[in-house]
Design a protein around this ligand. Structure first.
Ligand code: C2E
Ligand code: MG
Ligand code: MG
Ligand code: MG
Length: 281
């Protein structure tokens, strides 16, 4: 009896697995189409000074306006894009669009900054440095206005080509940031050697800060590390006033989070920009 039940469960699992695979295949072909169809667009989350909430810039975040499923978050399609290699054209589109938008917003000057997320496939693509160069040139922005966010795992893989690409980008004047910092078990001696300007403390650490029994020791340690290595430290995922005040006490200069602003569409971001005096990092 137990055996037949097990078999039935297995068959059910198999059917749902099959459905999952079919679903992923469908999504893949839709994603392939989506980019050309203009269904991918960017929202922008403001990054502020934490001391006095002046605007430093924006982080560009990809969205997919799916004709039937509605607006899809990156978690539903970025991993798929990475598995299928579609992240390379998609990431290149994000880069160009973010630079173009920055140019449109920079008419009054060149103080505005934009952060763009980059995945490992892009960074390991030998055309990537050239694509960044072209995106900057085509948009007519300064390289110093662009920040590229890469995750720790990309860096820790430590391929010589990856390091060479990062070095070229930094030599161009692009700012390099380690996103979700603290989740990837970076070797500290390796970190010291990387051509990186910023550490963006992962949201999970900010989240715990201000909870009972957590006074931000981990975040404090990351700040000490950042200072020792001459890296700027940014905070992401600031949701509460308590977290903000702890970060201010730590001397954290820049951050983003729902408390300050959710990611917003380009039109609203333009409005936020019009209301704020810019401050450069
Ligand atoms: P990320 O780069 O760490 O971006 C920050 C994420 O945290 C965003 O989620 C943002 O909406 C969310 N967030 C910001 N403030 C708060 C807060 O106070 N509380 C909470 N709970 N969340 C907050 P989103 O837009 O869903 O993006 C998720 C991830 O998808 C990004 O994490 C990034 O890794 C990836 N991603 C987004 N756009 C792109 C892209 O164009 N290219 C690549 N390669 N990855 C992207
Ligand atoms: Mg990011
Ligand atoms: Mg992040
Ligand atoms: Mg994150």
């Amino acid at each position: 009896k137990a055996k037949s039940k097990g078999k039935a469960q297995y068959a059910m699992f198999d059917a749902s697995l099959h459905q999952h695979v079919a679903e992923q295949l469908l999504l893949e072909s839709e994603l392939r189409r989506a980019l050309g169809a203009g269904e991918i667009y960017l929202d922008y989350q403001p990054i502020y000074t934490l001391k006095d909430k002046r605007l430093n810039g924006f982080e560009a975040l990809a969205r997919w306006r799916h004709p039937e499923r509605g607006i899809m978050e990156p978690a539903t399609f970025i991993p798929l894009a990475e598995e299928t290699g579609l992240i390379v054209p998609l990431g290149n589109w994000v880069l160009r669009e973010a630079c173009r938008q920055m140019r449109e917003w920079s008419k009054g000057g060149d103080g505005l900054r934009m952060s763009v997320n980059v995945s490992s496939l892009q960074l390991n693509d030998h055309e990537f440095v050239g694509q960044v160069q072209r995106a900057i040139a085509e948009a007519g922005i300064l390289p110093t206005q662009l920040t590229l966010e890469v995750t720790e795992s990309i860096l820790m893989n430590g391929a010589p080509e990856t390091l060479a690409a990062l070095t070229s980008l930094r030599d161009m004047g692009v700012t390099l940031s380690i996103d979700d910092f603290g989740t990837g078990y970076s070797s500290l001696s390796y970190l010291a050697k990387l051509p990186i300007d910023q550490l963006k403390v992962d949201r999970s650490f900010i989240e715990k800060m201000g909870e009972e029994g957590d006074n931000g020791e981990i975040v404090r340690a990351i700040f000490t590390l950042g200072q020792a290595l001459s890296k700027q430290v940014f905070a992401e995922g600031i949701e509460t006033a308590k977290q903000l005040s702890l970060l201010q006490e730590l001397g954290c200069e820049f951050g983003q989070g729902f408390l300050l602003s959710h990611p917003v569409n380009a039109e609203r971001a333009g409005g936020i920009l019009a209301e704020h005096a810019l401050v450069t990092a």
